[in-house]
Ligand binder design. Structure first.
Ligand SMILES: Cc1cc2nc3c(=O)[nH]c(=O)nc-3n(C[C@H](O)[C@H](O)[C@H](O)COP(=O)(O)OP(=O)(O)OC[C@H]3O[C@@H](n4cnc5c(N)ncnc54)[C@H](O)[C@@H]3O)c2cc1C
Length: 564
């Protein structure tokens, strides 16, 4: 069997290596348009920031590795330019010489990735404007940063000193994870960085109130955010700088501009071969990665995938799914019955020492698709036992089905051990787990790693309390309708008060029940929701209509961020 694979990075390389492990006899050709195969594009922002100092560290495996270890005919600088599905051939062009050759195939795998969105804005081709997608892209940015600006003009050049002004100002356009990672790395390099984002939030998959917390954190670490503003064009400025102009009429001077406006599936080859393209613009495949032509498979950023939670077609440009899909395509070509389960968009980003991670559906996605059968909770457990040094709170938002408790999505922000909680919840979602399963999950524990009730268990317990009716909840946007009861200690009120709330500390509540109304909803608050839960249980058993305001004063902070 002869298999040609187009694209030699995440999906393509993974497919080639797996196929060889399954079939010693297959003839495997892997073609890559760029100069490297199997490189770590996820590390590129950190190479720009000098965290990963050597470019060679990004090259996970070379063309030679594939030839010697896997007997894969890996060809770099080799672009697939035309598929002839009827004849089952593919035309390949040597990027350096222009020579075109034709290869036949029994099976063809497309993993061409995505193309960076580059709108035709005035001045977009000016020197100093870059994208971050490939190793040569990152190299070009680094060389530009290190070169300094143009020689100074006018009187400055007669100063007798250094006539090269170092670059100090950067504008990053786009607040997705590549834009943010690159912005963070430029701050590390001492740049004054402005991030321009057309949406009203960074990290679009997060719900806005969670993204607001990230934004505040970024600003406190020196990143200037210009949200709700799109770039309208670029103009050359003095000393080789660029004026970045926005739709709101502002101008941001920059010595370097990073375009990170998102990606779209690279479907050029697929379209020319007449393969079906889906409603979201990606190559349509079945759960075995087969395209509309049964001899052609497609994987990675170029395809549409079914969202595991919502069941809707979506575009997910992530390395994990691309690698798994490459492996599945290889399995199927080798005669195995592997299937892709869909994706949940599980993601993580580290920024200035803090972490944001998420998996599954967000509240805004559920609202967008008109799903009303869900509830959300906010909770703020410690990363590990509070008595062990270094414990830090994790802000968690968990979404679940009201009708059956199925876990739908989770978002978490914090500094320590955020990743393992979202990873655990991601697996739970993929297994179709409910919040009742989370209550029972047996997770590893000792004080420096977690708590006897891990945040994952805790999320299940809180959510299950809601669904069982043990702890009815309300959210801050509904707070105006009830009697607000604050069960914190008076000393805490000195720090922050909930306007209009009556304060009866938890320890006095039993003795002061007579002060509470029996004909209204009583919305109970404390700092994070735990004491409010104890109070809610007490009040319910005394016949009051008590509700816990989910997340207490901490989630009020989220609600206020949304208002501002
Ligand atoms: C800067 C950056 C940081 C990222 N960080 C993360 C991260 O932290 N976590 C995460 O999950 N994901 C991350 N990603 C996304 C992840 O890298 C991609 O989702 C993944 O690489 C997609 O794999 P793929 O095989 O579909 O495409 P790619 O890995 O992009 O590979 C496609 C390859 O196909 C080649 N190609 C295209 N057309 C042709 C053709 N006609 N002929 C020959 N070759 C062709 C391209 O040159 C390219 O090298 C990041 C991406 C970037 C750019």
């Amino acid at each position: 069997m002869k298999v040609v694979i187009v694209g030699g990075v995440a999906g393509g390389a993974s497919c080639a290596a797996r196929l060889r492990r399954l079939d010693e006899k297959a003839e495997i050709i892997m073609v890559e348009r760029g100069p490297y195969v199997s490189y770590a594009n996820c590390g590129l922002p950190y190479h720009i920031g000098d965290v990963i100092e050597k470019e060679s560290s990004l090259l996970v495996a070379t063309e030679n590795t594939f030839r010697s270890q896997f007997a894969v005919d890996a060809r770099t600088n080799c672009e697939a330019i035309k598929i002839s599905p009827d004849r089952k051939t593919i035309d390949l062009r040597n990027v350096k010489t222009g020579e075109v050759t034709t290869e036949s195939y029994d099976k063809l795998v497309l993993s061409p990735g995505a193309v960076t969105v580059r709108p035709p804005l005035p001045g977009i081709d000016l020197p100093g404007i870059f994208q971050v997608r490939t190793v040569p892209d990152a190299r070009a940015v680094r060389e530009w940063l290190e070169r300094g600006s143009l020689f100074l003009a006018g009187m400055d050049k007669y100063s007798g000193f250094q006539t090269v002004r170092p670059k100090t100002r950067a504008v990053v356009i786009g607040g997705g994870f590549i834009g943010l990672e690159t912005a963070e790395n430029l701050v590390h390099r001492g740049f004054d960085v402005t991030l321009v984002e057309m949406l009203d939030q960074v990290l679009a998959p997060l719900d806005r109130e969670m993204a607001r917390v990230v934004e505040g954190y970024l600003e406190r670490h020196g990143l200037r955010l210009a949200l709700n503003d799109g770039v309208s064009g670029f103009k050359p400025a003095a000393n080789g700088a660029i004026d970045v102009e926005t739709k709101s009429g502002k101008t941001y001077p920059a010595d370097v501009v990073i375009l990170s406006l998102g990606v779209r599936p690279d479907t050029a080859l697929a379209k020319s071969a007449g393969l079906e393209i889906g409603e979201r613009g990606g190559i349509r495949v079945d759960d075995q990665m087969r395209t509309s032509n049964s001899d052609i498979f497609a994987v990675g950023d170029a395809i549409e995938v079914k969202d595991f939670v919502t069941g809707q077609w979506s575009l997910i440009a992530l390395a994990g799914p691309a690698n798994r899909q490459g492996r599945i395509a290889a399995d199927v070509i080798a005669g195995r019955d592997s299937r892709f389960r869909g994706t949940q968009g599980t993601s993580i980003i580290g920024l200035f020492g803090a972490v944001a991670a998420w998996t599954g559906a967000s509240e805004k996605t559920l609202n967008r698709i008109g799903d009303k059968d869900f509830e959300k909770i906010y909770l703020y457990p410690n990363s590990h036992a509070g008595y062990y040094p270094g414990a830090r709170p994790i802000a968690m938002k968990v979404l679940f089905r009201k009708s059956d408790g199925r876990l739908l999505g989770a978002q978490a922000l914090g500094e320590v051990n955020v990743d393992k909680r979202i990873s655990a919840l991601a697996v739970a979602i993929q297994m179709g787990a409910t919040i009742y399963d989370l209550e029972e999950a047996e997770l590893c524990y000792s004080p420096q790693f977690g708590s006897a009730k891990d945040p994952v268990n805790f999320a299940g317990m809180v959510a299950a309390g809601v669904l069982r009716g043990d702890m009815p909840i309300r959210h801050w946007d509904e707070a105006g309708k009830g009697f607000l009861l604050d069960v914190r200690e008076p000393v805490e009120l000195a720090v922050e008060q909930a306007p209009g709330a009556v304060n009866i500390p938890l320890g006095q509540l039993r003795a002061r029940l007579g002060e509470l109304p029996r004909d209204r909803d009583i919305l109970v608050i404390c700092r994070s929701g735990q004491r409010a839960y104890y109070a809610t249980r007490m009040l319910l058993q005394h016949g009051f209509k008590a509700r816990n305001l989910s997340g207490g004063m901490l989630s009020r902070f989220h609600a206020q961020l949304l208002e501002n």
